[in-house]
Unconditional design. Structure first.
Lengths: 339, 309
Protein backbone atom coordinates (compact mmCIF):
# COMPACT_ATOMS: atom_id res chain seq x y z
CA UNK A 1 0.00 0.00 0.00
CA UNK A 2 1.36 3.38 -1.03
CA UNK A 3 -0.59 5.86 1.03
CA UNK A 4 -2.70 4.94 4.01
CA UNK A 5 -5.03 7.53 5.50
CA UNK A 6 -7.10 6.61 8.56
CA UNK A 7 -9.72 8.97 9.93
CA UNK A 8 -8.14 12.21 8.70
CA UNK A 9 -9.64 15.36 10.14
CA UNK A 10 -8.97 18.98 9.33
CA UNK A 11 -10.60 21.43 11.69
CA UNK A 12 -10.51 25.21 11.79
CA UNK A 13 -11.31 27.03 15.00
CA UNK A 14 -13.36 30.13 14.18
CA UNK A 15 -15.33 32.60 16.26
CA UNK A 16 -18.54 30.88 15.23
CA UNK A 17 -17.29 27.44 16.19
CA UNK A 18 -15.17 24.65 14.81
CA UNK A 19 -15.35 24.24 11.03
CA UNK A 20 -14.90 20.60 10.13
CA UNK A 21 -13.57 20.96 6.60
CA UNK A 22 -12.49 17.33 6.45
CA UNK A 23 -14.30 15.14 8.92
CA UNK A 24 -12.91 11.65 9.21
CA UNK A 25 -11.72 10.45 5.81
CA UNK A 26 -10.30 6.96 5.52
CA UNK A 27 -8.68 6.21 2.20
CA UNK A 28 -5.83 4.15 0.90
CA UNK A 29 -4.03 4.31 -2.39
CA UNK A 30 -2.21 1.32 -3.78
CA UNK A 31 0.84 1.16 -6.02
CA UNK A 32 0.17 2.08 -9.62
CA UNK A 33 -3.43 3.00 -8.97
CA UNK A 34 -5.54 5.97 -9.96
CA UNK A 35 -7.93 7.05 -7.24
CA UNK A 36 -10.42 9.76 -8.03
CA UNK A 37 -12.18 11.93 -5.50
CA UNK A 38 -15.31 13.68 -6.71
CA UNK A 39 -17.72 16.00 -5.00
CA UNK A 40 -19.23 19.43 -5.35
CA UNK A 41 -17.36 22.64 -4.61
CA UNK A 42 -16.60 23.24 -0.98
CA UNK A 43 -16.85 19.63 0.13
CA UNK A 44 -13.24 19.47 1.30
CA UNK A 45 -11.48 17.84 -1.64
CA UNK A 46 -8.76 20.44 -1.90
CA UNK A 47 -8.41 20.70 1.87
CA UNK A 48 -7.90 16.95 1.96
CA UNK A 49 -4.92 17.02 -0.39
CA UNK A 50 -3.51 20.20 1.08
CA UNK A 51 -3.47 18.52 4.45
CA UNK A 52 -1.58 15.61 2.91
CA UNK A 53 1.00 17.97 1.42
CA UNK A 54 1.13 20.21 4.50
CA UNK A 55 0.10 23.25 2.54
CA UNK A 56 -2.64 24.37 4.91
CA UNK A 57 -2.24 27.56 6.92
CA UNK A 58 -1.21 27.29 10.54
CA UNK A 59 -4.78 27.82 11.67
CA UNK A 60 -5.79 24.38 10.42
CA UNK A 61 -5.70 21.55 12.94
CA UNK A 62 -4.88 18.32 11.11
CA UNK A 63 -5.20 15.01 12.88
CA UNK A 64 -5.34 11.42 11.74
CA UNK A 65 -5.30 8.01 13.36
CA UNK A 66 -2.76 6.99 10.80
CA UNK A 67 -1.07 8.75 7.94
CA UNK A 68 1.55 6.57 6.37
CA UNK A 69 3.46 6.56 3.13
CA UNK A 70 4.80 3.10 2.24
CA UNK A 71 4.48 2.20 5.90
CA UNK A 72 6.40 5.29 7.01
CA UNK A 73 4.54 7.53 9.42
CA UNK A 74 4.19 10.99 7.90
CA UNK A 75 2.92 12.69 11.03
CA UNK A 76 6.22 12.13 12.81
CA UNK A 77 8.21 14.02 10.18
CA UNK A 78 9.20 17.63 10.73
CA UNK A 79 8.15 20.13 8.08
CA UNK A 80 11.71 20.31 6.83
CA UNK A 81 12.12 16.54 6.61
CA UNK A 82 8.78 16.32 4.86
CA UNK A 83 9.79 18.97 2.35
CA UNK A 84 13.17 17.42 1.65
CA UNK A 85 12.28 13.76 1.64
CA UNK A 86 8.64 13.34 0.71
CA UNK A 87 7.52 16.39 -1.21
CA UNK A 88 8.19 16.08 -4.93
CA UNK A 89 10.52 13.11 -4.43
CA UNK A 90 7.62 10.88 -3.44
CA UNK A 91 4.46 12.96 -3.69
CA UNK A 92 4.05 15.76 -6.20
CA UNK A 93 1.18 18.04 -7.06
CA UNK A 94 -0.42 19.48 -10.13
CA UNK A 95 -2.12 22.40 -8.44
CA UNK A 96 -5.59 23.73 -8.98
CA UNK A 97 -5.68 26.28 -11.81
CA UNK A 98 -2.25 25.09 -12.80
CA UNK A 99 -2.44 27.59 -15.60
CA UNK A 100 -1.63 30.42 -13.21
CA UNK A 101 0.92 28.47 -11.26
CA UNK A 102 3.97 29.53 -13.23
CA UNK A 103 5.99 32.52 -12.08
CA UNK A 104 5.62 35.16 -14.81
CA UNK A 105 9.20 36.42 -14.54
CA UNK A 106 11.05 33.16 -15.18
CA UNK A 107 11.33 30.97 -18.25
CA UNK A 108 9.13 27.90 -17.99
CA UNK A 109 11.98 25.41 -18.28
CA UNK A 110 13.91 27.26 -15.62
CA UNK A 111 11.08 26.71 -13.16
CA UNK A 112 11.09 22.98 -13.77
CA UNK A 113 14.89 23.02 -13.34
CA UNK A 114 14.36 24.79 -10.03
CA UNK A 115 11.93 22.10 -8.93
CA UNK A 116 14.45 19.38 -9.78
CA UNK A 117 17.46 21.09 -8.23
CA UNK A 118 15.58 22.01 -5.07
CA UNK A 119 15.32 18.31 -4.25
CA UNK A 120 18.16 16.50 -5.99
CA UNK A 121 21.66 17.77 -6.49
CA UNK A 122 21.92 17.86 -10.24
CA UNK A 123 24.19 19.83 -12.54
CA UNK A 124 22.18 22.48 -14.39
CA UNK A 125 22.85 20.97 -17.79
CA UNK A 126 21.66 17.55 -16.70
CA UNK A 127 18.53 19.08 -15.18
CA UNK A 128 17.85 20.88 -18.44
CA UNK A 129 18.18 17.63 -20.35
CA UNK A 130 15.70 16.09 -17.97
CA UNK A 131 13.30 19.00 -18.57
CA UNK A 132 13.63 18.58 -22.32
CA UNK A 133 12.71 14.94 -21.89
CA UNK A 134 9.78 15.79 -19.62
CA UNK A 135 8.47 18.33 -22.11
CA UNK A 136 8.60 15.61 -24.69
CA UNK A 137 6.64 13.26 -22.43
CA UNK A 138 3.82 15.75 -21.90
CA UNK A 139 3.76 16.66 -25.59
CA UNK A 140 5.50 20.03 -25.59
CA UNK A 141 8.36 20.89 -27.91
CA UNK A 142 11.58 20.89 -25.94
CA UNK A 143 12.53 24.23 -27.48
CA UNK A 144 9.64 25.85 -25.61
CA UNK A 145 11.46 25.55 -22.29
CA UNK A 146 13.17 28.87 -22.93
CA UNK A 147 9.89 30.71 -23.35
CA UNK A 148 8.08 32.69 -20.70
CA UNK A 149 4.70 31.59 -19.27
CA UNK A 150 2.80 34.37 -21.03
CA UNK A 151 3.94 32.95 -24.34
CA UNK A 152 2.17 29.67 -23.51
CA UNK A 153 -1.49 28.87 -24.03
CA UNK A 154 -3.54 27.57 -21.12
CA UNK A 155 -3.20 23.97 -22.24
CA UNK A 156 0.54 24.33 -22.67
CA UNK A 157 0.95 25.77 -19.19
CA UNK A 158 -1.08 22.87 -17.85
CA UNK A 159 1.25 20.45 -19.58
CA UNK A 160 4.25 22.30 -18.19
CA UNK A 161 2.83 21.91 -14.68
CA UNK A 162 2.30 18.21 -15.31
CA UNK A 163 5.90 17.96 -16.56
CA UNK A 164 7.00 19.62 -13.34
CA UNK A 165 5.02 17.13 -11.26
CA UNK A 166 6.64 14.25 -13.15
CA UNK A 167 10.14 15.70 -12.76
CA UNK A 168 11.44 13.38 -10.05
CA UNK A 169 9.27 10.39 -10.93
CA UNK A 170 7.34 10.51 -7.67
CA UNK A 171 5.37 7.46 -6.64
CA UNK A 172 2.24 9.53 -6.13
CA UNK A 173 1.04 12.48 -8.17
CA UNK A 174 -1.83 14.47 -6.77
CA UNK A 175 -3.81 16.32 -9.37
CA UNK A 176 -6.19 18.99 -8.20
CA UNK A 177 -8.70 19.75 -10.95
CA UNK A 178 -6.14 19.13 -13.70
CA UNK A 179 -8.54 19.95 -16.52
CA UNK A 180 -10.76 22.61 -15.01
CA UNK A 181 -10.77 25.85 -16.96
CA UNK A 182 -9.70 24.24 -20.22
CA UNK A 183 -12.01 23.84 -23.18
CA UNK A 184 -13.28 20.33 -23.86
CA UNK A 185 -10.90 19.62 -26.71
CA UNK A 186 -7.80 20.56 -24.75
CA UNK A 187 -9.28 18.73 -21.77
CA UNK A 188 -9.62 15.60 -23.88
CA UNK A 189 -6.04 15.89 -25.13
CA UNK A 190 -4.68 16.36 -21.60
CA UNK A 191 -6.59 13.33 -20.36
CA UNK A 192 -5.29 11.24 -23.26
CA UNK A 193 -1.79 12.38 -22.42
CA UNK A 194 -2.26 11.59 -18.74
CA UNK A 195 -3.50 8.10 -19.54
CA UNK A 196 -0.53 7.63 -21.85
CA UNK A 197 1.93 8.87 -19.23
CA UNK A 198 0.33 6.63 -16.70
CA UNK A 199 1.01 3.59 -18.81
CA UNK A 200 4.65 4.58 -19.14
CA UNK A 201 5.56 5.55 -15.60
CA UNK A 202 4.41 3.56 -12.63
CA UNK A 203 3.20 6.44 -10.48
CA UNK A 204 -0.10 6.34 -8.68
CA UNK A 205 -2.42 9.26 -9.15
CA UNK A 206 -4.83 10.88 -6.74
CA UNK A 207 -7.22 12.81 -8.92
CA UNK A 208 -9.45 15.50 -7.49
CA UNK A 209 -12.22 16.95 -9.59
CA UNK A 210 -15.87 17.87 -9.62
CA UNK A 211 -16.15 16.58 -13.16
CA UNK A 212 -17.63 13.08 -12.96
CA UNK A 213 -16.85 12.30 -16.59
CA UNK A 214 -13.13 13.06 -16.21
CA UNK A 215 -12.95 10.94 -13.11
CA UNK A 216 -14.87 8.08 -14.69
CA UNK A 217 -12.50 8.05 -17.63
CA UNK A 218 -9.30 7.98 -15.64
CA UNK A 219 -9.80 6.32 -12.27
CA UNK A 220 -9.52 2.77 -11.03
CA UNK A 221 -11.34 3.62 -7.83
CA UNK A 222 -13.60 6.55 -7.08
CA UNK A 223 -14.52 8.16 -3.81
CA UNK A 224 -17.49 10.48 -3.50
CA UNK A 225 -16.99 13.23 -0.96
CA UNK A 226 -19.66 15.34 0.65
CA UNK A 227 -19.31 17.92 3.43
CA UNK A 228 -15.86 16.70 4.37
CA UNK A 229 -16.82 13.02 4.51
CA UNK A 230 -16.43 10.11 2.15
CA UNK A 231 -19.91 8.94 1.21
CA UNK A 232 -19.07 6.08 -1.06
CA UNK A 233 -15.83 4.51 -2.22
CA UNK A 234 -15.79 1.85 -4.90
CA UNK A 235 -14.09 0.70 -8.06
CA UNK A 236 -15.02 2.85 -11.04
CA UNK A 237 -17.37 0.27 -12.51
CA UNK A 238 -19.03 -0.62 -9.23
CA UNK A 239 -19.62 2.99 -8.36
CA UNK A 240 -21.67 3.58 -11.47
CA UNK A 241 -23.27 0.16 -11.81
CA UNK A 242 -23.71 -0.82 -8.18
CA UNK A 243 -24.42 2.60 -6.75
CA UNK A 244 -25.45 2.43 -3.10
CA UNK A 245 -25.45 5.96 -1.74
CA UNK A 246 -28.35 8.32 -2.48
CA UNK A 247 -25.89 11.17 -3.03
CA UNK A 248 -24.04 9.21 -5.70
CA UNK A 249 -27.40 8.39 -7.27
CA UNK A 250 -28.19 12.09 -7.30
CA UNK A 251 -24.85 13.01 -8.83
CA UNK A 252 -25.35 10.43 -11.56
CA UNK A 253 -28.69 12.06 -12.41
CA UNK A 254 -27.07 15.44 -12.69
CA UNK A 255 -24.63 14.38 -15.39
CA UNK A 256 -25.50 13.47 -18.97
CA UNK A 257 -24.90 9.88 -19.97
CA UNK A 258 -24.04 8.74 -23.45
CA UNK A 259 -26.23 5.68 -22.97
CA UNK A 260 -29.37 7.73 -22.36
CA UNK A 261 -29.06 10.94 -24.28
CA UNK A 262 -32.70 11.96 -24.00
CA UNK A 263 -32.75 11.56 -20.23
CA UNK A 264 -33.66 14.70 -18.34
CA UNK A 265 -30.89 15.91 -16.00
CA UNK A 266 -32.06 16.12 -12.41
CA UNK A 267 -30.12 18.24 -9.96
CA UNK A 268 -30.11 17.75 -6.21
CA UNK A 269 -32.08 20.56 -4.55
CA UNK A 270 -30.47 22.53 -1.75
CA UNK A 271 -26.83 23.10 -0.93
CA UNK A 272 -24.27 21.39 1.31
CA UNK A 273 -24.70 21.87 5.06
CA UNK A 274 -22.91 24.46 7.12
CA UNK A 275 -19.71 22.83 8.30
CA UNK A 276 -19.52 24.80 11.53
CA UNK A 277 -20.20 22.68 14.57
CA UNK A 278 -20.95 19.00 14.73
CA UNK A 279 -23.26 17.26 12.32
CA UNK A 280 -24.77 14.58 14.49
CA UNK A 281 -26.18 12.48 11.68
CA UNK A 282 -25.45 11.91 8.05
CA UNK A 283 -24.14 15.01 6.29
CA UNK A 284 -26.48 14.46 3.35
CA UNK A 285 -29.58 14.09 5.52
CA UNK A 286 -30.98 17.57 4.74
CA UNK A 287 -31.03 16.95 0.99
CA UNK A 288 -31.67 13.24 0.92
CA UNK A 289 -35.15 12.18 -0.26
CA UNK A 290 -34.73 8.84 1.50
CA UNK A 291 -33.79 10.23 4.90
CA UNK A 292 -35.31 8.57 7.97
CA UNK A 293 -35.16 9.71 11.58
CA UNK A 294 -31.92 7.84 12.30
CA UNK A 295 -30.21 9.82 9.55
CA UNK A 296 -30.56 13.05 11.50
CA UNK A 297 -29.33 11.74 14.82
CA UNK A 298 -26.71 9.12 14.10
CA UNK A 299 -23.71 9.22 11.82
CA UNK A 300 -23.84 6.20 9.53
CA UNK A 301 -20.85 3.89 9.78
CA UNK A 302 -18.90 3.04 6.65
CA UNK A 303 -20.05 -0.42 5.65
CA UNK A 304 -18.46 -2.85 3.23
CA UNK A 305 -21.06 -3.76 0.63
CA UNK A 306 -18.75 -5.50 -1.77
CA UNK A 307 -15.07 -6.08 -2.49
CA UNK A 308 -13.43 -2.69 -1.75
CA UNK A 309 -16.79 -0.98 -1.90
CA UNK A 310 -17.60 1.13 1.18
CA UNK A 311 -20.73 3.15 1.76
CA UNK A 312 -21.83 5.34 4.65
CA UNK A 313 -25.63 5.15 4.65
CA UNK A 314 -28.35 3.99 7.06
CA UNK A 315 -30.63 2.67 4.36
CA UNK A 316 -28.39 0.13 2.64
CA UNK A 317 -31.15 -2.46 2.97
CA UNK A 318 -33.45 -0.50 0.69
CA UNK A 319 -30.87 0.10 -2.00
CA UNK A 320 -32.96 -1.49 -4.76
CA UNK A 321 -35.98 0.76 -4.18
CA UNK A 322 -33.79 3.80 -3.76
CA UNK A 323 -32.17 3.17 -7.15
CA UNK A 324 -35.55 2.96 -8.84
CA UNK A 325 -37.01 5.99 -7.12
CA UNK A 326 -33.84 8.09 -7.61
CA UNK A 327 -34.37 8.23 -11.34
CA UNK A 328 -37.70 10.02 -10.82
CA UNK A 329 -37.54 13.76 -10.64
CA UNK A 330 -40.42 13.93 -8.17
CA UNK A 331 -38.43 11.92 -5.63
CA UNK A 332 -35.79 14.63 -5.34
CA UNK A 333 -38.35 17.35 -4.93
CA UNK A 334 -39.68 15.60 -1.85
CA UNK A 335 -36.51 16.02 0.20
CA UNK A 336 -36.41 18.33 3.20
CA UNK A 337 -34.46 21.09 1.52
CA UNK A 338 -36.69 21.13 -1.57
CA UNK A 339 -39.87 21.53 0.44
CA UNK B 1 13.44 29.54 -36.84
CA UNK B 2 12.57 30.30 -33.29
CA UNK B 3 13.18 26.70 -32.44
CA UNK B 4 16.64 26.53 -33.94
CA UNK B 5 17.72 29.61 -32.02
CA UNK B 6 16.59 28.57 -28.60
CA UNK B 7 17.88 25.02 -28.76
CA UNK B 8 21.29 26.08 -30.01
CA UNK B 9 21.89 28.59 -27.22
CA UNK B 10 22.05 26.48 -24.05
CA UNK B 11 24.38 23.85 -25.46
CA UNK B 12 27.07 26.10 -26.88
CA UNK B 13 27.40 28.67 -24.12
CA UNK B 14 29.51 28.81 -21.06
CA UNK B 15 28.21 30.18 -17.80
CA UNK B 16 30.21 33.41 -17.78
CA UNK B 17 29.22 34.62 -21.21
CA UNK B 18 25.63 33.73 -20.44
CA UNK B 19 25.69 35.71 -17.22
CA UNK B 20 27.28 38.66 -18.99
CA UNK B 21 24.71 38.50 -21.73
CA UNK B 22 21.95 38.29 -19.15
CA UNK B 23 23.32 41.35 -17.38
CA UNK B 24 23.69 43.24 -20.65
CA UNK B 25 20.16 42.28 -21.59
CA UNK B 26 18.83 43.48 -18.25
CA UNK B 27 20.69 46.78 -18.65
CA UNK B 28 19.37 47.21 -22.16
CA UNK B 29 15.91 46.52 -20.80
CA UNK B 30 16.24 49.26 -18.18
CA UNK B 31 17.50 51.59 -20.87
CA UNK B 32 14.48 50.85 -23.00
CA UNK B 33 12.09 51.52 -20.13
CA UNK B 34 13.67 54.88 -19.31
CA UNK B 35 14.14 55.82 -22.95
CA UNK B 36 10.51 55.13 -23.76
CA UNK B 37 9.39 58.41 -22.21
CA UNK B 38 10.84 61.77 -23.30
CA UNK B 39 11.22 63.07 -19.76
CA UNK B 40 12.88 59.83 -18.73
CA UNK B 41 15.48 60.38 -21.44
CA UNK B 42 16.15 63.94 -20.28
CA UNK B 43 16.42 62.73 -16.70
CA UNK B 44 18.88 59.99 -17.65
CA UNK B 45 21.08 62.49 -19.51
CA UNK B 46 21.15 64.85 -16.52
CA UNK B 47 21.99 62.05 -14.08
CA UNK B 48 24.70 60.81 -16.42
CA UNK B 49 26.09 64.36 -16.67
CA UNK B 50 26.35 64.74 -12.89
CA UNK B 51 27.62 61.18 -12.59
CA UNK B 52 30.52 61.86 -14.96
CA UNK B 53 31.39 65.05 -13.06
CA UNK B 54 31.31 63.18 -9.76
CA UNK B 55 33.60 60.45 -11.04
CA UNK B 56 36.08 62.77 -12.77
CA UNK B 57 36.01 65.48 -10.08
CA UNK B 58 39.77 65.64 -9.30
CA UNK B 59 40.62 65.94 -13.00
CA UNK B 60 37.90 68.43 -13.87
CA UNK B 61 38.42 70.94 -11.07
CA UNK B 62 40.78 73.75 -12.08
CA UNK B 63 41.54 74.81 -8.50
CA UNK B 64 41.66 73.35 -5.06
CA UNK B 65 38.15 74.14 -3.79
CA UNK B 66 39.56 75.47 -0.49
CA UNK B 67 42.30 77.60 -2.05
CA UNK B 68 42.12 81.38 -1.81
CA UNK B 69 42.70 82.62 -5.35
CA UNK B 70 44.55 85.72 -6.48
CA UNK B 71 43.95 87.45 -9.77
CA UNK B 72 46.56 88.68 -12.31
CA UNK B 73 47.28 91.79 -10.27
CA UNK B 74 47.88 89.55 -7.24
CA UNK B 75 44.80 90.80 -5.42
CA UNK B 76 42.73 88.22 -3.55
CA UNK B 77 39.77 87.36 -5.80
CA UNK B 78 36.96 87.98 -3.31
CA UNK B 79 33.29 87.90 -4.35
CA UNK B 80 33.94 87.97 -8.06
CA UNK B 81 30.82 87.50 -10.22
CA UNK B 82 31.07 84.92 -13.04
CA UNK B 83 33.74 85.87 -15.52
CA UNK B 84 36.15 84.22 -17.93
CA UNK B 85 38.64 83.55 -15.14
CA UNK B 86 36.07 82.36 -12.60
CA UNK B 87 33.21 80.80 -14.62
CA UNK B 88 30.86 80.59 -11.63
CA UNK B 89 32.33 83.38 -9.57
CA UNK B 90 34.16 83.23 -6.23
CA UNK B 91 33.24 83.26 -2.55
CA UNK B 92 33.96 85.77 0.19
CA UNK B 93 37.13 83.82 0.89
CA UNK B 94 38.20 83.95 -2.75
CA UNK B 95 37.45 80.30 -3.49
CA UNK B 96 36.45 79.16 -6.97
CA UNK B 97 32.77 78.18 -6.99
CA UNK B 98 33.07 75.99 -10.09
CA UNK B 99 35.72 73.85 -8.43
CA UNK B 100 33.65 73.75 -5.25
CA UNK B 101 30.61 72.66 -7.27
CA UNK B 102 32.55 69.86 -8.93
CA UNK B 103 33.70 68.42 -5.62
CA UNK B 104 30.31 69.02 -4.02
CA UNK B 105 28.66 67.03 -6.84
CA UNK B 106 30.78 64.06 -5.91
CA UNK B 107 29.97 64.22 -2.19
CA UNK B 108 26.28 64.91 -2.74
CA UNK B 109 25.89 62.03 -5.16
CA UNK B 110 27.73 59.61 -2.92
CA UNK B 111 25.55 60.54 0.05
CA UNK B 112 22.39 60.36 -2.06
CA UNK B 113 23.31 57.03 -3.61
CA UNK B 114 24.34 55.37 -0.36
CA UNK B 115 21.30 56.58 1.58
CA UNK B 116 18.96 55.73 -1.29
CA UNK B 117 20.29 52.20 -1.80
CA UNK B 118 20.68 51.33 1.88
CA UNK B 119 17.21 52.64 2.69
CA UNK B 120 15.59 50.65 -0.11
CA UNK B 121 17.46 47.53 1.02
CA UNK B 122 16.15 47.93 4.56
CA UNK B 123 12.65 48.94 3.48
CA UNK B 124 12.32 46.15 0.91
CA UNK B 125 13.47 43.45 3.32
CA UNK B 126 11.22 44.60 6.12
CA UNK B 127 8.29 44.89 3.71
CA UNK B 128 8.93 41.45 2.20
CA UNK B 129 9.25 39.75 5.59
CA UNK B 130 6.22 41.48 7.09
CA UNK B 131 4.07 40.88 4.03
CA UNK B 132 5.12 37.30 3.44
CA UNK B 133 5.16 35.90 6.96
CA UNK B 134 2.26 37.98 8.27
CA UNK B 135 0.99 37.38 11.78
CA UNK B 136 3.12 38.45 14.71
CA UNK B 137 6.20 39.32 12.69
CA UNK B 138 4.09 41.56 10.46
CA UNK B 139 2.58 43.16 13.53
CA UNK B 140 5.96 43.85 15.14
CA UNK B 141 7.64 45.14 11.97
CA UNK B 142 4.75 47.33 10.92
CA UNK B 143 4.25 48.86 14.36
CA UNK B 144 7.99 49.56 14.34
CA UNK B 145 7.49 51.26 10.96
CA UNK B 146 4.65 53.29 12.44
CA UNK B 147 6.96 54.45 15.22
CA UNK B 148 9.55 55.53 12.64
CA UNK B 149 6.75 57.41 10.89
CA UNK B 150 6.41 59.45 14.03
CA UNK B 151 10.08 60.43 13.97
CA UNK B 152 10.83 63.91 12.60
CA UNK B 153 14.00 64.24 10.53
CA UNK B 154 15.51 67.48 11.83
CA UNK B 155 15.20 66.89 15.58
CA UNK B 156 16.63 63.42 15.03
CA UNK B 157 19.70 64.69 13.19
CA UNK B 158 20.19 67.48 15.77
CA UNK B 159 20.24 64.90 18.55
CA UNK B 160 22.66 62.70 16.60
CA UNK B 161 25.04 65.56 15.96
CA UNK B 162 24.95 66.98 19.45
CA UNK B 163 25.72 63.51 20.79
CA UNK B 164 28.38 62.39 18.32
CA UNK B 165 29.57 65.48 16.46
CA UNK B 166 29.23 66.63 12.86
CA UNK B 167 29.98 64.05 10.22
CA UNK B 168 28.48 63.25 6.85
CA UNK B 169 27.90 59.68 8.01
CA UNK B 170 25.46 60.90 10.63
CA UNK B 171 23.59 62.72 7.90
CA UNK B 172 23.47 59.46 5.91
CA UNK B 173 22.37 57.55 9.00
CA UNK B 174 19.62 60.04 9.80
CA UNK B 175 18.34 59.94 6.21
CA UNK B 176 18.37 56.13 6.05
CA UNK B 177 16.60 55.77 9.39
CA UNK B 178 13.86 58.12 8.24
CA UNK B 179 13.16 57.10 4.64
CA UNK B 180 13.07 53.33 4.59
CA UNK B 181 9.59 53.44 6.13
CA UNK B 182 7.67 54.37 2.96
CA UNK B 183 9.30 51.67 0.86
CA UNK B 184 8.63 49.14 3.61
CA UNK B 185 4.91 49.87 3.56
CA UNK B 186 4.64 49.82 -0.22
CA UNK B 187 6.66 46.62 -0.59
CA UNK B 188 4.59 44.95 2.13
CA UNK B 189 1.37 45.84 0.32
CA UNK B 190 2.70 44.40 -2.94
CA UNK B 191 3.94 41.29 -1.18
CA UNK B 192 0.55 40.73 0.41
CA UNK B 193 -1.02 40.82 -3.04
CA UNK B 194 1.64 38.64 -4.68
CA UNK B 195 1.70 35.93 -2.07
CA UNK B 196 -1.94 35.16 -2.85
CA UNK B 197 -1.01 34.41 -6.44
CA UNK B 198 -1.10 30.82 -7.61
CA UNK B 199 2.56 30.63 -8.53
CA UNK B 200 3.56 31.27 -4.93
CA UNK B 201 1.51 28.39 -3.56
CA UNK B 202 2.74 26.26 -6.46
CA UNK B 203 6.34 27.07 -5.49
CA UNK B 204 5.50 26.17 -1.90
CA UNK B 205 3.94 22.92 -3.06
CA UNK B 206 7.09 21.92 -4.87
CA UNK B 207 9.06 22.41 -1.69
CA UNK B 208 10.62 25.85 -2.11
CA UNK B 209 11.73 27.26 1.23
CA UNK B 210 10.20 30.50 2.46
CA UNK B 211 13.36 32.49 1.80
CA UNK B 212 13.57 31.10 -1.70
CA UNK B 213 9.98 32.11 -2.39
CA UNK B 214 10.59 35.58 -1.00
CA UNK B 215 13.78 36.34 -2.87
CA UNK B 216 13.44 34.20 -5.99
CA UNK B 217 9.73 34.49 -6.69
CA UNK B 218 8.25 37.53 -5.00
CA UNK B 219 11.12 40.02 -5.20
CA UNK B 220 11.69 39.77 -8.97
CA UNK B 221 8.00 40.41 -9.42
CA UNK B 222 8.18 43.70 -7.53
CA UNK B 223 11.46 44.80 -9.13
CA UNK B 224 9.94 47.72 -11.11
CA UNK B 225 8.48 49.01 -7.87
CA UNK B 226 11.81 48.67 -6.08
CA UNK B 227 13.61 50.60 -8.80
CA UNK B 228 10.95 53.28 -8.64
CA UNK B 229 11.40 53.68 -4.92
CA UNK B 230 15.18 53.58 -5.21
CA UNK B 231 14.98 56.62 -7.49
CA UNK B 232 12.52 58.30 -5.10
CA UNK B 233 14.72 57.60 -2.11
CA UNK B 234 17.85 58.92 -3.79
CA UNK B 235 16.02 62.12 -4.74
CA UNK B 236 14.67 62.49 -1.22
CA UNK B 237 18.12 61.83 0.27
CA UNK B 238 19.67 64.58 -1.84
CA UNK B 239 17.02 67.06 -0.74
CA UNK B 240 17.33 66.00 2.89
CA UNK B 241 21.11 66.22 2.77
CA UNK B 242 20.94 69.70 1.24
CA UNK B 243 18.46 70.79 3.90
CA UNK B 244 20.52 69.37 6.75
CA UNK B 245 23.77 70.84 5.43
CA UNK B 246 22.17 74.22 4.83
CA UNK B 247 21.12 74.28 8.46
CA UNK B 248 24.69 73.50 9.41
CA UNK B 249 24.32 69.85 10.40
CA UNK B 250 26.66 68.62 7.69
CA UNK B 251 30.35 67.81 7.86
CA UNK B 252 32.28 71.10 7.87
CA UNK B 253 35.18 69.46 6.01
CA UNK B 254 33.00 68.08 3.26
CA UNK B 255 31.74 70.20 0.41
CA UNK B 256 28.18 69.48 -0.59
CA UNK B 257 25.63 71.61 -2.40
CA UNK B 258 23.73 72.23 0.81
CA UNK B 259 27.01 72.99 2.56
CA UNK B 260 27.84 75.62 -0.04
CA UNK B 261 24.50 77.29 0.61
CA UNK B 262 25.30 77.20 4.33
CA UNK B 263 28.66 78.91 3.68
CA UNK B 264 26.82 81.58 1.67
CA UNK B 265 24.31 82.10 4.46
CA UNK B 266 26.89 82.54 7.23
CA UNK B 267 28.96 84.85 5.02
CA UNK B 268 26.02 87.24 5.20
CA UNK B 269 26.26 88.00 1.48
CA UNK B 270 23.24 86.05 0.34
CA UNK B 271 21.51 89.17 -0.98
CA UNK B 272 24.48 90.15 -3.11
CA UNK B 273 26.22 87.02 -4.28
CA UNK B 274 23.52 85.69 -6.59
CA UNK B 275 26.07 83.47 -8.42
CA UNK B 276 27.06 81.78 -5.20
CA UNK B 277 23.41 81.03 -4.53
CA UNK B 278 22.49 80.07 -8.10
CA UNK B 279 24.95 77.26 -8.83
CA UNK B 280 24.15 74.84 -5.97
CA UNK B 281 20.40 75.58 -6.04
CA UNK B 282 20.10 74.93 -9.75
CA UNK B 283 22.17 71.76 -9.40
CA UNK B 284 19.90 70.45 -6.62
CA UNK B 285 16.75 71.20 -8.58
CA UNK B 286 18.17 69.67 -11.77
CA UNK B 287 19.38 66.42 -10.21
CA UNK B 288 16.26 65.89 -8.11
CA UNK B 289 13.94 66.54 -11.04
CA UNK B 290 16.05 64.24 -13.21
CA UNK B 291 15.58 61.47 -10.63
CA UNK B 292 11.86 62.16 -10.51
CA UNK B 293 11.66 62.01 -14.32
CA UNK B 294 13.42 58.64 -14.36
CA UNK B 295 11.21 57.33 -11.58
CA UNK B 296 8.17 58.45 -13.57
CA UNK B 297 9.36 56.24 -16.39
CA UNK B 298 9.58 53.33 -13.93
CA UNK B 299 6.25 54.17 -12.45
CA UNK B 300 4.67 53.49 -15.81
CA UNK B 301 6.10 49.99 -15.68
CA UNK B 302 5.03 49.44 -12.09
CA UNK B 303 1.61 50.92 -12.73
CA UNK B 304 0.62 50.38 -16.39
CA UNK B 305 -2.55 52.42 -15.95
CA UNK B 306 -0.43 55.57 -16.08
CA UNK B 307 0.70 54.69 -19.59
CA UNK B 308 -0.66 56.89 -22.32
CA UNK B 309 -2.73 55.07 -24.86
Amino acid sequence: MLLDIQDLKVHYATNQGVVKAVDGVTLSIGENEVVGIAGESGCGKTTLIKSLLRLLPGTAAVSADRLAFRGRDLQGLSDREFRKQILWNEISLVPQSAMNSLDPVYRVGEQVVEAIRAHVETPRRQARERVAHLFDVVGLQASLMDNYPHEFSGGMRQRAMIAMALALEPSLIIMDEPTTGLDVLVQERIIRKLLEIRREIKSSILLITHDISVIAEMSDRIGIMYAGRLMELASATDLFEQTHHPYTLGLKNAFPSIKALDRELISIPGSPPNLIGTLAGCAFEGRCPFAVSACASERPAETEVGPSHRVACHRLGDVETMRIQASEKSTWQSSKSAA
Amino acid sequence: MNRARSTAVPASENVLSKALRGFGGALRNQGRIIGASGLGRIGAVIILFFGVIAILAPWLALHDPWETLRDASNKVAIMRPPSWDYPLGTTTLGRDILSQMIYATRATMIIGLISGVVSIAIGANIGLMAGYYGGKLDEVLMRFTDIIYGMPFLPFIIVLISLFGRSQWFVVLAIVVIIWRTSARVVRAQTLALKQRQFVSAAKARGCSNLRIIYRHIMPNILPLLLLYTAFNIAWSIIAEAGASFLGFGDPDQLTWGGMLYDLWISGKSRVAWWWFAAPSIAIVLLVSALVFVSRAYEEVANPRLRQR
